[in-house]
Design a protein around this ligand. Structure first.
Ligand code: FE
Length: 201
């Protein structure tokens, strides 16, 4: 006879399982709750797209910085006081032009240069996006609201553990002479992922 009680026993929710693991670690003095709280704080206050936006705005107004950024992203963002985890060994900055649209993804999971462009949005982690943006990028971008003319080449870049990407969008028309702060306010997370372009303000 099957043990029906056991068969219908429900599986604990993700939240319940997380709480249980955290409590078990806390009990052993491993301070999981503190670490989780600190991570939450970093994610909300420190790893934000405004970091990347500053980088982009600086690249638009300072051609020498732009060159350094394209040559070695990790070193260039450090000039602005922005740090990356040790295992993000390379930050490769991809320059969009009128003819080229760069798009980033992580086909395996959800990697991004999160300290610079912010934590990945839910759709970025979705298997739909991860698999389809590679095979049918033009269609996926159109579904996301970016309808590119056929002459624009789309380049999709697959993130790895040690190589992180960010897209350098084109400076919107009509913003010449704007201050760095004002320009930074125009830059969106999606434009640094490459699924959006920045329109004229
Ligand atoms: Fe990943």
């Amino acid at each position: 006879m099957p043990d029906t009680d056991r068969v219908i026993q429900r599986t604990a929710s993700v939240e319940e399982r997380v709480d249980a693991v955290q409590a078990a670690l806390d009990e052993r003095g491993l301070k999981a709750s503190e670490a989780v709280e600190e991570l939450g704080h970093l994610a909300q206050e420190t790893w934000i797209p405004e970091n990347g936006a500053r980088v982009i705005a600086r690249a638009w107004i300072d051609p020498e910085f732009r060159k350094r950024l394209l040559a070695n992203g990790r070193e260039a963002v450090a000039e602005l006081g922005l740090a990356m985890p040790k295992h993000h060994r390379h930050l490769v900055v991809l320059e969009n032009t009128a003819q080229v649209q760069n798009v980033i993804c992580c086909t395996l999971c959800s990697c991004t240069a999160f300290t610079i462009i912010g934590l990945p949005p839910d759709w970025y982690k979705d298997v739909e996006y991860r698999s389809r943006v590679v095979r049918e990028s033009r269609t996926v971008l159109r579904e996301m609201g970016l309808d590119l003319p056929p002459q624009v080449e789309i380049r999709v870049w697959d993130t790895t553990a040690d190589t992180r990407y960010m897209v350098l969008p084109e400076q919107p028309r009509g913003t010449g002479g704007w201050s760095e702060d004002k320009l930074a306010a125009l830059v969106t997370r999606d434009s640094m992922i490459g699924v959006a372009r920045l329109g004229a303000p």
